[in-house]
Design a protein around this ligand. Sequence first.
Ligand code: NIG
Ligand code: FE
Length: 378
Amino acid sequence: MSTLIDGIGMLFDGHVEHLDAAVVVEGERIAWVGPSSEAPACDERHDVGRRCVIPGFVDSHAHLVFAGDRTFEFNARMSGQSYTAGGIRTTVEATRSAGEAELATRAASLVEEMTAQGTTTVEIKSGYGLTVEDERRSLEIATSLTDETTYLGAHVVPAGADADEYVRTVTGEMLRACAPYAKWVDVFCERGAFDGDQTREILQAGIKAGLLPRVHANQLTEGPGVRIAVELDAASADHCTHLTDADVDALASSNTVATLLPGAEFSTRSPYPDARRLIDAGVTVAIATDCNPGSSFTSSMPFCVALAVREMGMTPMEAVRAATYGGARALRRDDIGLVRAGARADLVVLDAPSFVHLAYRPGVPLVRQVWRAGERVR
Ligand code: NIG
Ligand code: FE
């Protein structure tokens, strides 16, 4: 079965814009992209009425398995308190006391929210369980929602635990229980969470168990996170808010993507990362939501694109590219994030004549249709 998606006013494929374009979808894949006037005959024709089409968003950083919320903490921050890693423990307590069905339903409804806003691939981390069984069940829930699952037993040291003993659990029993459900291993490398030596040890144990590394790096302070990410060829160093020139140079000469999470700076009222500096140095940049109840409770990639343009020095084209192609690179995927023949048919039809409207009309629900693997899902 072939479907012609036609009438596209503008198609933005991550690198270039095409005007008056059409896309042919066959099964789960894109079979052809080109000018409308040259489109081949297809079984079905679907007219999108001269709207802009972009690749589905790739949200490469999200924490969706949790219970409770932290409205109180957000409110306190907006009255002048500052964000610390310690708030994570509040969510850990709520998550441990919640039943599996509740956690699964809440995570699924966040994925629903994301889909409605154009996200067609999402990465989901554990990290609010912090016991062997609570981490394992978080990842089991995550695997029911995505292939991009991340073991984040090293989110913080749980209340009352000894740090060295906890690292032994994270690299031992917990890793053995979680590895079958995870593709990635991640560590929150930060003051108040895990230091450089612990980060390296945990990532290396994960790699030995067959997982691929990614790192929460340099969010709240300068530190060793980015350097360790590059050293271990991590797919991504996430946050990258406080970088030295050496960090930027290391990223620029590596295969590690800098994933920027402007929702976190928005929600913690902190200075934004300098995307311009990274792009100008030749670093591949991704944008993701970091959806979590503490530092960034947004599921909206369009919101993050608008923030990236307004607050991080990115052009609309760079921001939309970072939210699609960049996210795919951060997950080491080459089958998503671009509209081109052979890619998975993940497409978003915007109620707008140009992708620029994602930043130009912030907060307006512009996602009109969502196609995932060749199927219309919204
Ligand atoms: O990416 N940085 C660590 N983890 C989350 C915050 C989690 C929380 O505050 O609950 C983040 O911002
Ligand atoms: Fe995070």
